[in-house]
Design a protein around this ligand. Sequence first.
Ligand SMILES: [Zn+2]
Length: 101
Amino acid sequence: MIHFSCDRCKRMIDAGAEPRFVVRIEIDAVLEPTATDQADEDRDYLKEIDEALEAMDLDEEFCDREEPLRRTYDLCEECYQRFLRDPLSVETTMHFGFSHN
Ligand SMILES: [Zn+2]
C-alpha cells in the first residue's frame, strides 16, 4: 500500500479513506523584451517574481533556468482548501509563517 503525506502539514494521507489533492505548479520567469524601454516605474516585476519565488522557497533552484519549473505537491483536504483560499501564502506568511512546524 502506498502512503502519502501532505507536503504542507506533513500529515499522513490515508489514500483509501480520504481524497489526496495533487497540485501541479509550473513557473516561468518572464522578462518582457520591452521592459527596459517602457518600464512601468510604479511596478517592479522582477521584485514581484523574487517575492513570489521566495514565498515558495524556490529561489535558489530557480536561478538560470530556461525550462519552466514544475512542481507537484500532495495536499490533504484541509491544506488544499487553504491553498485555494490563499495560493501565494500571503495570509499564512503574515500570520504564521509558511514553514512553521
Ligand atoms: Zn495538509
